[in-house]
Ligand binder design. Sequence first.
Ligand code: DGJ
Length: 388
Amino acid sequence: MREQRIILVGFCLILSGLGLVGFQTDFQHFFPGKEWKDDQGVHINAHGGGFLIHEDIYYWFGEHKIAGKEGNKAHVGVRVYSSKDLYNWKNEGVALEVHDDPNSLLVKGCVIERPKVIYNEKTKKFVMWFHHELKGQGYDAALTGVAVSDQVTGPYAYLESVNPNAGIWPENYPDSLKSKPVNLDEMEAWSAEWRAAVVDGIFLRRDFDRGQMARDMTLFVDDDGKAYHFFSSENNQTLHVAELSEDYLSHTGRYTRVLPGQQNEAPAIFKKEGKYYMFSSGLTGWKPNPGKSAVADHPLGPWTPLGNPTRGTEEEMNTTFWSQSTAVIPVLGKEDAFIFVGDRWTPENPIDGKYIFLPVQFEDSKPIIRWQDQWDLSFFDQNESTDE
Ligand code: DGJ
């Protein structure tokens, strides 16, 4: 069987060399952190990825990066791949394109990060949300964009970008804080006074009229079909969780502040046995940092921190295996089997960034990840969690 496979791969390589067929991969394992070729023999280009399962096929959406220092800006858009087994991925093209038109908010050179796609059973539409920064404005706009398509692989039609929940207070924000002054000018950034003011929501109040900042993000669809948008808000100091409308194209105005002042980026959510779990990271730009985890009984919280989910050496724990969380994939056909997905950013040449896929394990009722050079999905059949 193995020999047949080698001959088949060799045959395809020859044909692809002659330009007769696409490159064919036949991976049977994950190799975290290594180059990962798609069906055309090109390293997968879908960073800050989001995963959707539709009709028993996995779709991987992500930032298409280019080579060089400008490579973290959007010059192509959001790329999508499909897979039946999670090991071998077919390039399905560009799902959301950026444009040459300088009047478009999606002009080449803007920033599009962490795109996530969900399927709306009622409207039969695929809805993509992403972190969107405007060309030439750094990370100041802190917008979230939304796009929609009838086809899972697109093309997605861009609708708008917003600072969510303008003029609306979070459900869990006490009345007593709503009229506190926004006296940021009187405080030294990072002082104890400033930190206390951040926890109290000074940035939330500052942005109340214009709408809230929305940077690193993910989406989660619950079993009842309700969708939630998790994003780093309030100068990245506090997460917000906002309910999406029935068509998933806007926010309902129902939202909460989560872990105020605790600096969470890169949220990734999954649900197991009625509980909601979150992986996230700290705030160190493109550099890795110690991962975080949390648990809740409802997407809107309250969320309880569970600590660093990484198990390994000190360096591994301090860098999340040199990665930053981006998604958790539920494995088809296996109960309670989840894969942690992280990015290894390479800002000096962003197209080179690699991916970490690791099985989520449970230890003392906490989701954890351990390093594996190579593994496959049979891991989930052999390994019971250490929980009783
Ligand atoms: C960390 C975020 O998680 C990334 O998505 C990206 O926004 C970088 N910061 C930019 O420095």
